[in-house]
Design a protein around this ligand. Structure first.
Ligand SMILES: Cc1cc2nc3c(=O)[nH]c(=O)nc-3n(C[C@H](O)[C@H](O)[C@H](O)COP(=O)(O)OP(=O)(O)OC[C@H]3O[C@@H](n4cnc5c(N)ncnc54)[C@H](O)[C@@H]3O)c2cc1C
Length: 386
């Protein structure tokens, strides 16, 4: 049964079908291999051809560009079901979909026709490059530059921790075209095969080992003028718009990790015996599971609310921040509880909870840390106080 249905959330037939499709693919194509991929830090490149074929990589792309044209609730369901099996794959799909969605909302018709069919149907993956060694949460202080030339722009600088970076065909990347601060930043859809773009480093991580995280160096990389996304100076705002929608994906990813922790905890608590009883008979264990199930429902409903607002064309930034903040905190906390319920077995690689424990932490960091989500939520209530 789909996770959503377990919390009695009403789904349309299409939403249910997409969720079931994602769950089925995750079980068939990811579950048998994920422990090995995680151990080997392998990016399963061949998987993405299968996800493309199934319509998952084009899930948010309108049908006229070859996509599924699905809504954000369907998208959240798909990410949740994938993350329930492998959070790393959910990272790849979520970042890719964030770029697709940004292109749909912000791209010119030429840019959409150039990239969306490739991203939806041709197994081309998208990456996102905003962060730099000295600019993370304070993204308006990026230093990498795009210099205007007669034919377009020349890119220089270094981007850090670019998800999908060495696997991407196209990267949405932010560079400075003007003076200091957010108004000097522009966004570009950069063809990753452009001369002068080099993968400088592949980052080793605590978790999400099946996702690709790299530093990219731009050394006099020449791109055409029509790679500019929106107007010059709109880049910071456009990156924030992309990330706002992206937070629905990361909230759903955290929810999927949490759902996996609950599945594993229930199974183990019924099977494992101590002092002549199932450990689930001890309140010290069963209350942890009760809280996990409650927080899972709450996380899911916050994610679906943000997705429903986005689908209705209403403002959803604060709701997306709340969804990501709650779901990621709950995922990190309950992954630790799930490991504790498993006792010593939880600390071994024989059970997947140690992977969920390592994977959960990133959801509190990328696409805006928990503190940044709190800044956004607090500002919506208090305004910008000096
Ligand atoms: C695995 C991984 C994948 C990533 N993928 C991408 C990607 O695809 N593209 C991309 O551009 N970036 C990516 N990132 C970068 C990620 O988005 C940043 O790490 C994140 O935004 C935080 O920035 P930072 O690491 O520089 O931390 P900092 O901004 O230096 O923050 C350090 C600490 O200070 C806190 N802090 C900072 N400012 C405030 C404030 N105003 N109020 C309260 N607390 C504050 C933070 O919450 C944090 O706890 C990725 C990172 C990782 C680890």
């Amino acid at each position: 049964m789909l996770s959503a249905e377990r919390s009695q959330f009403e789904l349309t037939d299409e939403q249910r079908q997409i969720g079931e499709l994602a769950a089925e693919i995750a079980q068939r194509e990811i579950a048998p291999h994920v422990a090995r991929w995680d151990r080997e830090h392998a990016f399963p490149r061949e998987l993405y051809g299968k996800l493309t074929e199934a319509g998952i990589m084009g899930i948010v792309v309108p049908e006229e560009y070859g996509g599924a044209g699905a809504d954000y609730i369907s998208y959240a369901l798909a990410i949740e079901e994938i993350a329930r099996v492998d959070a790393g794959t959910a990272t790849t799909v979520s970042v890719h979909s964030m770029i697709c969605s940004a292109l749909v909302r912000l791209g010119t018709e030429v840019q959409k026709r150039r990239w969306l069919p490739k991203l939806a149907t041709e197994d081309v993956i998208a990456g996102f490059a905003l962060t730099e060694p000295d600019a993370g949460s304070d993204a308006a202080s990026i230093r990498a530059t795009a210099r205007r030339t007669a034919g377009g722009y020349v890119l220089n600088g270094r981007k850090q921790w670019c998800t999908n970076g060495s696997q991407a065909g196209v990267v949405m990347a932010m560079f400075r075209t003007g003076g200091r601060g957010p108004k000097g930043v522009s966004a570009f859809m950069v063809d990753a095969s452009t001369a002068g773009i080099v993968v400088e480093k592949v980052t080793e991580k605590l978790g999400i080992h099946t996702s690709n995280t790299v530093d990219l160096a731009f050394d006099d990389a020449e791109i055409p003028a029509d790679a500019l996304l929106g107007e010059e100076g709109d880049g910071f705002g456009n990156a924030m718009k992309a990330l706002t929608a992206g937070r629905i994906g990361i909230g759903a990813q955290a929810t999927g990790i949490l759902a996996a922790c609950l599945d594993e905890s229930v199974r183990f608590a019924k099977e494992r015996a101590a002092f002549g009883r199932s450990i689930g008979a001890f309140e010290g264990v069963s209350f942890k599971i009760a809280q996990m199930a409650t927080d899972l429902d709450a996380a899911r409903l916050l994610v679906y609310r943000a997705a429903a607002l986005a689908d209705a064309g209403k403002p959803f930034a604060v709701e997306a921040s709340k969804a990501k903040l709650f779901a990621s905190t709950a995922a990190r906390k309950h992954a630790a509880e799930a490991l504790q319920i498993h006792g010593g077995y939880g600390y071994t690689t024989e059970f997947p909870v140690e992977r969920h424990y390592r994977d959960a932490k990133i959801t509190e960091i990328y696409e805006g840390t928990s503190e940044i989500q709190q800044v956004i939520i607090a500002r919506s209530l208090l305004g910008k106080l000096e």
